[in-house]
Design a protein. Structure first.
Length: 118
């Protein structure tokens, strides 16, 4: 299983970025798989940013609600994170995740750096 994240970069506060995660070795259309984006800022623990179930149910950390949107394209086997109105505190390495709840099957991508300048 591989999760290839892309789309990170440097952007000014108020700008937008779109992260993409291409999955291989699994089919994200399969029921029970939960896809998500996490982030880890320097000196901080990794935190959940957004998740989406196979049925399209989404959940976000409070700090990004109304600014970030997670979506999935089952045909392309990809999950995306549209990030708008970015803030300096959004600066972190963002990781794509795929997991089967209730099992040990939990996969991570390599991370992509997002830097928001003030």
């Amino acid at each position: 299983v591989q999760l290839q994240a892309s789309g990170g970069g440097l952007v000014q506060a108020g700008g937008s970025l779109r992260l993409s995660c291409a999955a291989s070795g699994i089919s994200i259309r399969i029921n029970v798989i939960v896809m998500g984006w996490y982030r880890q800022a320097p000196g901080k623990e990794r935190e959940l940013v957004a998740v989406i179930t196979s049925g399209g149910i989404t959940n976000y950390v409070d700090s990004v609600k109304g600014r970030f949107t997670i979506s999935r394209d089952n045909a392309k086997n990809t999950v995306s994170l549209q990030m708008n109105s970015l803030k300096p505190e959004d600066t972190a390495v963002y990781y794509c995740n795929a997991r089967y709840p209730g099992t040990v099957r939990n996969y991570w991508g390599q991370g992509t750096q997002v830097t928001v300048s003030s």
